[in-house]
Write a protein that binds this ligand. Structure first.
Ligand code: PGA
Length: 248
């Protein structure tokens, strides 16, 4: 049984003071729910949020991590550093990191392996750009990204990962994939997992859709059979909107 999982990706937004306000507001709204929720905040907000979200049941995520445990990597953050802060999840392979910061299928795989050796659960993003969608390459491209991310990872560990299918053309554009398009890709991803592992393993892994998810379209997206959750950017900055999505 897969528990629905709604994750908010704040990207490079909010100061510490704003993060505190968000936590104060959401605390009053996030009561009993069967939906799992997490906020993926900038590094500098993690400590504040850990404290502010205590006892709410809302999990905490980082937006990136280095795969080495320590060393001469100026500007990077390691898994032990995140563990010390009590971080539950870490995003890897977000398309903005692939596009602007040189993240590759290979570094995604190294980060997956390092995270799956730790307590922190990876949330790995995959997705095609508009050109790849229009030229009919989307399925093949996403399959390649999934295979690369899970390369060399055993089934017992793989089940701790979450996958977010985020078509790049739908991120921050207001142009969502249709629920059918999103569902088709999530089904394809589950098929790839099934061929990499087995059906039982594939059935356990949470697959989210991401890209312009809003309170208005969340229900339709979440009602699709193969979609287990959402990775929400813009709408996660507002506690009311984020909660409306959690309560889809
Ligand atoms: P968006 O971002 O909801 O603002 O489109 C989604 C994401 O990049 O994770």
């Amino acid at each position: 049984m897969r528990i629905p999982f709604i994750a908010g990706n704040w990207k490079m937004n909010k100061t510490m003071a704003e993060a505190r306000l968000f936590a104060r507001d959401i605390k009053e709204m996030y009561l009993d729910t069967d939906v799992r929720a997490a906020i993926f905040a900038p590094y500098t907000q993690l400590l504040v949020l850990k404290e502010a979200l205590k006892n709410t049941g809302i999990a905490l995520g980082a937006q990136n991590v280095h795969y080495e445990m320590s060393g001469a990597y100026t500007g990077e953050i390691s898994i032990p550093m995140l563990s010390e802060l009590g971080v539950d999840y870490c995003l890897i392979g977000h398309s903005e990191r692939r596009q602007y910061f040189g993240e590759t299928d290979q570094t995604v795989n190294l980060k997956m392996k390092a995270l799956l050796d730790s307590e922190i659960k990876p949330l790995v993003c995959v997705g095609e750009d508009l050109g790849q969608r229009e030229s009919g390459q989307a399925l093949a491209l996403v399959e390649k990204q999934v295979r690369a991310a899970f390369d060399g990872i055993a089934a017992e560990k793989a089940v701790r990962a979450t996958i977010a299918y985020e078509p790049i053309w739908a991120i921050g554009t207001g142009r969502t994939a249709t629920p059918e398009q999103a569902n088709e890709m999530c089904a394809c991803i589950r098929g790839v997992l099934s061929s990499l592992y087995d059906e039982e393993t594939a059935d356990e892994i949470i697959i989210q859709y991401g890209g312009s998810v809003t309170p208005e379209n969340a229900t339709q997206i979440m009602n699709m059979e193969e979609i287990d959750g959402a990775l929400v950017g813009g709408a996660s900055l507002d506690p009311v909107k984020f909660m409306q999505i959690v309560d889809f």
